[in-house]
Design a protein around this ligand. Structure first.
Ligand SMILES: NC(=O)c1ccc[n+]([C@@H]2O[C@H](COP(=O)([O-])OP(=O)(O)OC[C@H]3O[C@@H](n4cnc5c(N)ncnc54)[C@H](O)[C@@H]3O)[C@@H](O)[C@H]2O)c1
Length: 246
């Protein structure tokens, strides 16, 4: 018996990194997982590994997201869990940043969440049940040098999630945030995490003395997704090895 038996779950950006680890965990807990990613090959590969369904979707594109949600609803007749994990950033001091990168950062990290929620929440409301778990970042809680616009987008995700939690509670839909600290993924490497000095400095600052691994995030997501969290909504939990506390 898994805590997500009989649930249908969509995970965005699930072809690699944290999203893949979340998809693996939800599947291990009994869910049927729709592994969605802008990268079709990695989506299919992850789906094959966990016995799920791989579907290409670009979260910045409303039509693409609507097509994903329509396909899943038509095929399974229900959507119980939505995990908004797709994300992206490029590190730069704000004064040197390129406004084209702002658009991309906000499109993926913030608009992506709006697009999936707009499509999925009416389905969950009609069911009278559902759980949304949004991946933010501790950059959106406490700030992070070199990540100003990303921090704004992730702070926006946290605020958006709280309002959705309030608006949708009457339909027994919950919405919560999991906020990762530095996590050893391709995104982290692209943000300077492949620099040994930065890794060392961060590792020293983290009470558990190591970066997060993608699987470290998955347990909190599975908990929020499951009925074990049935009286918990509008909350944000940092999974950061103690780097941030509040
Ligand atoms: N790695 C970290 O240190 C860290 C820290 C805080 C928060 N996060 C957040 O965790 C989440 C996962 O990050 P990760 O480190 O696993 O990143 P990653 O780059 O390893 O994986 C992100 C996945 O999202 C997909 N993606 C990118 N743009 C997309 C789009 N437009 N539509 C659909 N899919 C898209 C990518 O193809 C990739 O598979 C993100 O929301 C990120 O902001 C990561």
């Amino acid at each position: 018996m898994g805590k997500l038996d009989d649930k249908i779950a969509i995970v965005t950006g699930a072809g690699q990194g944290i999203g893949r680890a979340i998809a693996e965990k939800l599947a291990a807990e009994g869910a049927t997982v729709v592994v969605s990613d802008i990268n079709e090959a990695t989506a299919e590969e992850t789906a094959d590994a966990i016995g799920g369904l791989g579907v290409r979707a670009d979260v910045t594109d409303r039509d693409s997201v609507n097509a994903l949600v329509e396909q899943v609803h038509a095929q399974f007749g229900q959507i119980d869990v939505l995990v908004n994990n797709a994300g992206w950033d490029r590190s730069s001091p704000f004064v040197d940043s390129d406004p084209e990168d702002w658009d991309r950062v906000i499109a993926i990290n913030l608009y992506g969440v709006l697009h999936t929620c707009k499509a999925v929440l009416p389905i969950m409301a009609a069911q009278g049940s559902g759980s949304v778990v949004n991946l933010a970042s501790d950059a959106g809680r406490v700030g992070s040098s070199g990540e100003a616009v990303y921090s704004a987008a992730k702070g926006g995700v946290i605020a958006f999630t709280k309002t959705i939690a309030r608006e949708m509670a009457r339909h027994q839909i919950r919405a919560n945030v999991v906020s990762p600290g530095p996590t050893d993924t391709a995104l982290f490497a692209s943000m300077g995490g492949d620099n040994p000095k930065l890794r060392e400095g961060l590792t020293r600052a983290i009470p558990f003395r190591r970066l997060a691994r993608p699987a470290d995030l998955a347990g909190a997501v599975a908990f929020f997704a499951s009925d074990e969290a049935s009286y918990i909504t509008g909350q944000t939990v940092s999974v950061s090895g103690g780097l941030t506390m509040s």
